[in-house]
Design a protein around this ligand. Structure first.
Ligand SMILES: Nc1nc2c(c(=O)[nH]1)N[C@H]1C(S)=C(S)[C@@H](COP(=O)(O)O)O[C@H]1N2
Ligand SMILES: [Mo]
Length: 406
């Protein structure tokens, strides 16, 4: 869709195409956008940037300057941390609803507001780790295709109730579309569908992130926030919500952003069909070590490990375990409460003398590994590659770091 008027009011404009100077100078590009120049720039055309783990771990709520960006397409004028003008913004509500109508931004702003802290994570986060088995296609995200932010907006259910919009029988899917247009003419527009019954109570039409209007680059003025779902489903620059008995046929939903139901051989590329695959919807249970960083050096003596665990927020995470011997033996470590059921569970453990027994004569320690369990006993695969898929989605394998000794 085309942008609305008023785009000229948006702050620093960044060209849509890569000028040679930007391509050669990621720091300049990131700074022009308003992002921290220490981010890892993966793509300067649509805007794709990753937060290095050493920066991610410094904040309980990821500041806008550090939050990763992943644009498949981009709305002109939105490659900036400034807010996108909300004047004239309209959201179309259509499909199996009575009456179908448009909602203006001021109308939305008058409704009861709700806040939720949630982990925003690209379905491709951790994709790089599949390369241990076989390279997968797409941005080679390591850890920082995610962040934790506080959203504010109106619950979808609240919108429907307050504006007396009624769902008609058969509305199974909620399909969201943003105002951004396909990257190349004629290509399918970015659109995603989610199961309506599963998100009806938790979906938020968000207008604020970390207490400010959502920065244009993160999907303001209105973004669909689906706590617990992969970032890919959280459609930015929200312009249309369609309620229907079928999911989107857009390539982005029907062909991309899916994993296979059955285990497939690493390197294979089976046909993607509605029967053989499922969309990247709810986030898999996952945990990472962020202190120390992989390959960091430590003096012999007490050592503190820390990191976070998270999942789709539907089942409580009840345990985080650490192994200091590459997965042979495990021990439980203390876990803090998350800021919300959809947030990070911080974990931390300090080891005193027991730690030294794991130091090998060459000064290295066998891989230190972490894994989380939810209340239903679900955990992470020791070898994340068992879920190998050609696009490298939903990596949730056990994480590990190698610690070196001075
Ligand atoms: N309209 C629109 N929404 C979108 C996208 C997009 O390209 N267009 N990319 C999706 C993907 S794949 C991810 S991971 C998240 C990234 O959100 P962020 O850029 O705010 O970090 O936005 C999602 N929402
Ligand atoms: Mo994504």
């Amino acid at each position: 869709m085309l942008g609305l008027g008023g785009i000229s009011a948006v702050g620093p404009m960044v060209p849509l195409t890569t000028s040679p100077s930007f391509a050669q100078d990621p720091q300049r590009y990131l700074t022009a956008v308003g992002k921290d120049p220490r981010l890892i720039l993966h793509d300067s055309v649509t805007g794709v940037a990753e937060t290095p783990l050493r920066l991610l771990r410094e904040h309980r709520l990821t500041p806008k300057e550090l939050l990763f960006v992943r644009n498949n397409q981009v709305l002109p004028g939105s490659l900036t941390l400034s807010p996108y003008p909300s004047d004239g913004w309209e959201l179309e509500v259509t499909g199996l609803v009575r009456p179908a109508r448009t909602i203006s931004f001021p109308e939305l702003a008058r409704l009861k507001q709700t806040e939720v802290v949630a982990v925003l994570q690209c379905a491709g986060n951790g994709r790089a780790f599949y390369a241990r088995t076989a390279l997968t296609k797409g941005t080679q995200w390591q850890y920082g295709g995610m962040g934790q932010v506080r959203w504010k907006g109106v619950r979808l259910k609240q919108v429907l109730n307050s504006l007396r919009i009624f769902l008609e029988p058969g509305a199974q899917f909620l399909t969201a579309e943003g105002r951004d247009s396909p990257a190349s003419p004629g290509a399918d527009d970015y659109e995603q569908s989610v199961p309506l019954a599963d998100v009806l109570n938790s979906a938020l039409l968000a207008t604020h992130m970390n207490g400010e209007p959502i920065p244009a680059i993160h999907g303001g003025p209105v973004r669909l926030v689906l706590p617990g779902y992969y970032g890919s489903m959280n459609v930015k620059w929200l312009s249309r919500l369609r309620f229907g008995n079928e999911a989107s046929t857009s390539r982005h939903h029907a062909q991309r952003y899916r994993t296979f139901r059955e285990r497939i051989e690493p390197g294979a590329a089976p046909e993607v069909t509605a029967e053989t695959t499922v969309p990247t919807w709810r986030q898999k249970i996952k945990s990472i070590v962020w202190t120390p960083l992989d390959g960091e050096r430590r003096f012999p003596g007490p050592i503190t490990f820390s990191g976070v665990a998270w999942n789709d927020g539907r089942t409580k995470i009840v345990a985080v375990e650490l192994s200091m011997d590459g997965g042979d033996t495990w021990r439980r470590v203390p876990v803090d409460n998350p800021l919300s059921q959809f947030g990070w569970y911080p974990w931390r453990a300090t080891f005193w003398n027991r730690w030294n027994q794991h130091v090998r004569p060459d000064g290295t320690v066998r891989e230190v590994r972490v894994r989380a369990f939810d209340a239903l006993g679900r955990s992470q695969p020791d070898d994340g590659s068992v879920h190998w898929n050609p696009s490298g989605y939903e990596w949730f394998g056990v994480d590990g770091v190698n610690v070196l000794m001075f």
